[in-house]
Design a protein around this ligand. Structure first.
Ligand code: SAH
Length: 350
């Protein structure tokens, strides 16, 4: 499903070939690449020093598809911003900007919808519509940096979609994002979160050893994990943890585990104990996320006392753990709800 004809999905090498094929000089490729990935122009006409004929020739084969901002919400509490973007074919995706002391972090979507079916997640309720291209992932970041007028220093691929279900586009996007002739982000400032597609974890360790990996665990045994996440029926926790250990050994990097706490499902003391056993001796960090309830499902957020006890159990066993700080509480809608709300409203209007 690789439809990468968008000009911003091309690497500099590929763009150079395209420019030569269009009968232009090689230096034009660098010039154009700079406009696209450093100056972050929003329309091709803004490349003022590139001859119109050259642009026309290129645009014919490699269109410029930008995302269009449809909605924006800004938190009065902490400045967090949520964006709803429209893609050139009418699909919509959401992205979030979080402002931290260490810099601006953007959370991007990797697919329009998702087919992983995690029970508590709003992004998967309508299934997968299509993969995003590398350019569509990049442009969520570019559009936000452009709108903000400030540098985006961190990116997390934790919005709608399963990035490892769209691996080739993801991998290409990461290369362009970290290219020194582009935004030149540090690989270490990028986190990719997966529900645990095991073979891709091995690929990722080889292809992107400096990029941070987060695995959505959400359970300490296969029984509970299978109840929450269909992917757990395909790959056992044993296989998943083996891949996680491989990643840490192969890359020397710390791995993150996300664990969304759901009342009465995975928030018990025994489960904290079991989780500690799973990660024993592994260079990791556990991020506890109080589940964000969605109206389509019955799951409730774990009680504050359970969250605190769960955390303490892990701390007592010397496992690095944090409870995710809720950003933009006043504009908060669980992952994927902005997109779903928009689609529901659109179909109501038909
Ligand atoms: N598909 C990837 C990335 C998307 S979601 C993954 O599964 O990791 C980013 C994180 O938010 C995942 O850990 C996901 O399980 C979690 N998540 C999704 N919906 C949630 C909700 N309603 N409450 C708490 N965490 C949620």
């Amino acid at each position: 499903m690789a439809e990468w004809n968008d000009i911003r999905s091309l690497t500099l090498e590929e763009l150079t070939e395209a420019v030569l094929e269009a009968g232009e000089k090689k230096f034009r490729a660098k010039q154009i690449y700079g406009w696209l990935h450093q100056k972050l122009i929003r329309r091709p006409e803004e490349m003022t020093n590139v001859p119109g004929k050259c642009l026309e020739e290129l645009e014919h084969r490699y269109p410029f598809y930008g995302v269009k901002e449809l909605e924006r919400y800004t938190s009065k509490l902490d400045g967090t911003m949520k964006f709803l973007f429209e893609l050139h074919d009418g699909n919509v995706v959401e992205s979030v900007l979080m402002r931290y002391r260490h810099g601006n972090s953007v959370c991007i979507s990797s697919q329009a919808g998702c087919r992983m079916g995690c029970r508590f997640c709003a992004s998967t309720l309508l299934g997968l519509t299509r993969n995003l291209t590398p350019a569509e992932m990049l442009d969520q970041i570019y559009a936000i940096q452009h709108a903000l007028g400030e540098r985006v220093s961190h990116v997390v691929v934790m919005g709608t979609g399963e990035p490892f279900d769209n691996y080739d586009s993801l991998s290409r996007m990461l290369k362009i994002l970290c290219d020194e002739k582009g935004l030149n982000l540090s690989q270490r400032n990028i986190t990719v979160s997966t529900c645990g597609i095991v073979p891709q974890i091995y690929r990722f360790a080889a292809d992107h050893p400096q990029t941070t990996l987060a695995i959505s665990l959400h359970a300490s045994n296969d029984e509970v994990r299978r109840e929450l996440m269909p992917i757990a029926r395909k790959y056992s926790l044993h296989e998943l943890m083996k891949a996680a250990r491989y990643y840490v050994t192969a890359t020397g990097r710390r791995i993150t585990f996300e664990y969304s706490l759901v009342k009465g499902v995975n928030d018990g003391r025994e489960q904290a104990e079991e989780l500690a056993g799973l990660v024993r001796g592994l260079n990791c960090h556990i991020n506890l996320i109080p589940v964000n309830p969605i109206k389509e499902r019955e799951y409730e957020q774990a009680d504050t006392s359970h969250i605190a006890a769960f955390r303490k159990m892990l701390e007592d066993r010397h496992i690095p753990v944090t409870v995710r700080r809720e950003m933009g509480r006043d504009i908060s809608a669980a992952c994927g709800q902005l997109r779903k709300g928009h689609i529901d409203r659109r179909s109501d209007a038909l």
